[in-house]
Design a protein around this ligand. Structure first.
Ligand SMILES: *[C@@H]1O[C@H](CO)[C@@H](O)[C@H](O)[C@H]1NC(C)=O
Ligand SMILES: *[C@@H]1O[C@H](CO)[C@@H](O)[C@H](O)[C@H]1NC(C)=O
Ligand SMILES: *[C@@H]1O[C@H](CO)[C@@H](O)[C@H](O)[C@H]1NC(C)=O
Length: 403
């Protein structure tokens, strides 16, 4: 499937190179194409697109600068001067002291029809950049790029910037068509995207860059976070009748929680639940006074409020003394997928999408495998990046056709 898809986009690139991209005529046969692109089967001069070296270099620079949420400053500063050097007008918007969003566009028209956005922050810890030869399991034979952020989401940033530059270079977009927003804080609460609500702008279409394996998302699950606190009465462990064991209470609550039947939907699948941390107690011979668990629910149906109610009732029925603190809740997020030529997918992870207000169409797309993000083996292939450039170009040019 991947190679077939590459063939489509590869042919789409050839079409651009011959100045015919994105016309409906050019696209129809491409979607029906059954040709598998086999790396090396074409001459090297057209085996990778002309922008490939710049794309890989931009991606490398971005990954080499650590930008764990809260410390994005150096990476943002680099990207700002990169974009300015490439002819963009760049605005910085403080999301927090020392942490800026970047808004880049051509000319002086900051209000554009389309916004393409991704985030520069990564989860910890930092893993250095490394280029490795294609692994034997690799489908496309191109080198792999390893390190923190290669996939989530610096692969998206590098491909988005390259796509917009390419479209501009070939006069497929003009001033007022497209802006790029690179924000901070996506991995920890989304303060960057919330700040972007104060830019005073609104768009017809917003394209969000996150790893989707180059598929166009139909949506992603929501999320509900909470913690459960059990209080007890401390005492000597040899006289349990004199105390009340907070860990026992918490365990009864968690066991009731595991038995709750959570809603599911055709579109988003099962609502799932993860008890992420548990702590409590001070020593084996002391009756614990306090125990706390933190939980994250991935919401696939219904509303966070209704699920909150379900969970509360079940847990409190098992152990009335427990306290439940719900910290945040977002329902399932639907995205648009009305552009042809893409496989589609539903994702389990959260994004900036619900944080950006407005009545825009929303697309979610990007290079790399979401299953390796946040891991110590985060990586993608160079051909992933190249295909993403072509994918973003199609999303942008097709969105511009909507009047
Ligand atoms: C930013 O770069 C400077 C100079 O290389 C370095 O000293 C500093 O620690 C970096 N800041 C962060 C937050 O990584
Ligand atoms: C949803 O849960 C049911 C019951 O536990 C399971 O059989 C099914 O495979 C799950 N579906 C998905 C998509 O994980
Ligand atoms: C539990 O939730 C409350 C309320 O949001 C919060 O103040 C507290 O820090 C949380 N505790 C843990 C351990 O996450």
């Amino acid at each position: 499937m991947k190679t077939k898809y590459f063939a489509q986009l590869y042919l789409a690139w050839l079409a651009t190179a011959t100045a015919a991209l994105a016309s409906q005529n050019a696209q129809v046969p491409l979607q029906d194409s059954n040709v598998d692109f086999i790396p090396g089967s074409v001459s090297p001069s057209i085996g990778s697109p002309p922008y490939s070296d710049d794309l890989v270099a931009l991606h490398k620079s971005l990954v080499q600068i650590p930008s764990i949420t809260g410390s994005e400053g150096n990476a943002t500063a680099f990207l700002r001067s990169y974009l300015q050097g490439r002819g963009f007008t760049v605005e910085t918007q403080p999301a927090a002291p020392g942490r800026d969003n970047l808004l880049a566009y051509y000319g002086t028209t900051r209000q554009t029809r389309i916004l393409v956005t991704s985030h520069i922050d990564t989860v910890p810890p930092y893993w250095p950049y490394e280029r490795r030869p294609a692994s034997s399991s690799s489908a496309d034979g191109s080198d792999e790029l390893w390190g923190r952020g290669t996939v989530d989401a610096k692969g998206s940033i590098a491909s988005v910037v390259t796509a917009v530059e390419q479209l501009h270079h070939f006069h497929s977009i003009h001033e007022g068509d497209v802006a790029v927003l690179v924000d901070v804080g996506e991995e920890r609460g989304g303060d960057g995207i919330r700040a972007a609500n104060d830019l005073g702008l609104a768009w017809e279409t917003v394209i969000f860059g996150e790893p989707t394996r180059l598929k166009l998302a139909r949506g992603h699950k929501g999320v509900l976070g909470f913690n459960i606190t059990a209080h007890g009465v401390a005492g000597h462990s040899s006289y349990p009748e004199l105390g009340a064991n907070a860990i026992d209470r918490l365990v009864r609550g968690l066991s009731a929680l595991a038995a709750v039947s959570l809603p599911w939907s055709e579109s988003f699948g099962n609502t799932t639940l993860n008890v992420g941390t548990v702590y409590g107690g001070v020593a084996a011979n002391v009756i614990p006074e306090l125990a706390v668990a933190t939980v994250s629910v991935r919401v696939a149906a219904s509303t966070p409020e209704a699920i909150q109610q379900l969970i509360k009732e079940a847990v409190l029925a098992a152990e009335p003394a427990l306290e439940l603190d719900f910290t945040y809740g977002i329902g399932p997020v639907s995205t648009d997928y009305d552009i042809e030529g893409f496989e589609t997918i539903v994702l389990n992870y959260g994004t900036d999408i619900p944080g950006l207000k407005g009545n825009h169409k929303r697309y979610l797309y990007g290079p790399g495998d979401y299953l390796v993000t946040h891991s110590d083996h985060e990586h993608l292939s160079i051909s992933d990046l190249e295909q993403a450039v072509e994918g973003y170009k199609v999303l942008i040019t097709e969105s511009l056709k909507n009047k």
